[in-house]
Design a binder for this molecule. Structure first.
Ligand SMILES: O=C(O)CCC(=O)C(=O)O
Length: 350
């Protein structure tokens, strides 16, 4: 939260300057970037007649986001950029994933997860038993996703110029077995991160095919990024819950929800406190999305002992002890340091 204290004077000076300039020059037409060039990617941000907020908190001054996009993220905690990743790249990521599932390549540090309902099923090595791969920073082909310049230029609007990739995933949501285990409970990603400030972290998630209500699109609770980190734990679902799929224990059930229907290549950027999850996959296909979280290199680690994140650290220590023979002092910070990679600028705190 120190960042806010530091940023406020600069931001308000910037806003005063903008107001002054608005009196001197006509405002630029909608659909142009701040640099005056046409915005290359259509966006989810609605055209609004609202004035810009007095000070921006969640976005940094940049030449890419239009005022409408910036205002939309500030208010809602997410922003969809249409058609940001090419079909060709997505096919390459799909092929790299299939090779991993078939065990044709072994990636150091990679975690391969199976749905609770199919973990012991008869399928052999195929994409049909893998629900998620995590920590693909050592896979050159998949990690290319985290380095795509068109993604990083948006990331920079939230993190600033020195950027770490802090968490990587490819999610392969299986057809639901009838037990509703393909759902991802509503959660805040900050629960998984032992560093701050939250406002300089951003999640990025790209649809690898058309993702809609039936195959389990993302569901977001707009504006919840303005709240605090809530207590998370396993929801009490009859059919079981996937490992590490913690959910927010208490949230306003009547809060408005938005289902993000996205085309292949569309990409959403979202704040780590935004409450989100995804629905059941009611189709026969395996719904794929690729994702990376980024943080400013200026973020600092925190000790999660005594916080709402302590239960996650304990679970991680348990898995580390049982599966990898790690000592019990292994922390969330240690895990985070292992999986983080510099993708732009200069490495500092993280
Ligand atoms: O892709 C999904 O179904 C949800 C992913 C997600 O929210 C997460 O892994 O944090």
């Amino acid at each position: 939260m120190e960042a806010r204290a530091n940023e406020a004077p600069a931001a308000s000076a910037h806003v005063r300057l903008r107001l002054l300039l608005r009196h001197l020059v006509p405002s630029r037409p909608l659909g142009l970037t701040a640099a005056g060039t046409p915005s290359p990617f259509p966006t989810s941000a609605q055209v609004t007649t609202k004035e810009a907020p007095i000070a921006f908190r969640y976005t940094l001054d940049n030449n890419l986001l239009s005022p409408e996009q910036r205002h939309f993220y500030e208010e809602n905690g997410y922003l969809v950029i249409k058609n940001l990743v090419s079909d060709e790249d997505i096919e390459r990521f799909r092929n790299a994933f299939i090779k991993i599932c078939k065990e044709e390549v072994k990636v150091p540090g990679l975690m391969v997860m199976r749905d609770v309902s199919i973990a012991k099923s008869k399928f052999i090595t195929s994409e049909k038993i893998v629900t998620k791969i995590q920590d693909f920073m050592e896979d050159k082909e998949l990690f290319r996703y985290c380095q795509l310049p068109q993604i990083l230029q948006y990331v920079e609007c939230f993190t600033g110029p020195n950027i770490m990739a802090v968490h990587t995933m490819l999610i392969n949501k299986p057809p639901d077995s009838g037990k509703k285990t393909s759902r991802h409970p509503l959660h805040q990603d900050l629960h998984y991160f032992p560093f701050r400030p939250a406002d300089r972290i951003v999640g990025v998630w790209t649809a690898m095919e058309r993702i809609h209500h039936r195959n389990g699109c993302l569901v977001v609770l707009p504006g919840t990024h303005k709240g605090s980190l809530k207590q998370h734990d396993y929801p009490e679902w009859e059919g079981g819950v996937n490992k590490m799929y913690h959910g927010v224990l208490d949230y306003d059930e009547n809060a408005p929800r938005v289902h993000l229907v996205m085309e292949k290549g569309d990409t959403v950027f979202f704040h780590p406190l935004l409450i989100h999850g995804s629905g059941m996959n009611r189709t026969e296909g395996f719904r794929k999305a690729i994702s990376c979280h980024y943080a400013s290199c200026d973020c600092h680690y925190i000790d999660v002992k005594g916080t709402t994140q302590e239960n996650l650290e304990k679970e991680l220590q348990d898995i580390g002890r049982k599966k990898y023979n790690l000592d019990s002092n292994f922390t969330l910070k240690d895990a985070s340091m292992l999986r983080s990679r510099l993708v732009k600028g200069e490495r500092r705190n993280l």
